[in-house]
Design a protein around this ligand. Sequence first.
Ligand SMILES: [Zn+2]
Length: 175
Amino acid sequence: MKTNQTEGSPQMRGSMHGKELLPLIKAAGRADRYSENLWKWVRKYRDRPLFVAFSEKDGHSFDETKTLASRLYIGFHRLDDGWLHGSRLSEILSQGTKAESWAYQPGMQFKEIPDWWDKYMEHGKCFIDPEHCLYLDAARWFVEGNVRTCLWCGNFQQREHVQMVAQRDWRPIQT
Ligand SMILES: [Zn+2]
């Protein structure tokens, strides 16, 4: 792993220092739009450049319309001959600073996503969970009748689905 960064070194494409990310996330405001655990993790590694990569193993490819946190990884510095040193995003989201870091092998077929941090800054947690299936947090939704709207992005709605099951049974005739 390369650690020979100089003071104020030019930013590598797609890779940002934790200490640069923290004020940006804060400035974007509305703290509830952002993951507290990811914030804590970035703060822990504030002195390292951080990049985000997607594992294309088994023919998958990154798709912004899908919730793919379990295939995304945050790495330190940059890919090193295909190796990624870092943590799995889904683990960071659920465990914060307790997420383990490993050296993930080139067989994972990592592909860097250079604009990931920019988009996270812009869209918050809904960029991580565009399908709105993670974060089962009541504070996310504004409910009106049987429709609920995501408060974090303001433009995702779900309709309550109630399945009515027809039931028939036979009872004795009272005479
Ligand atoms: Zn949303």
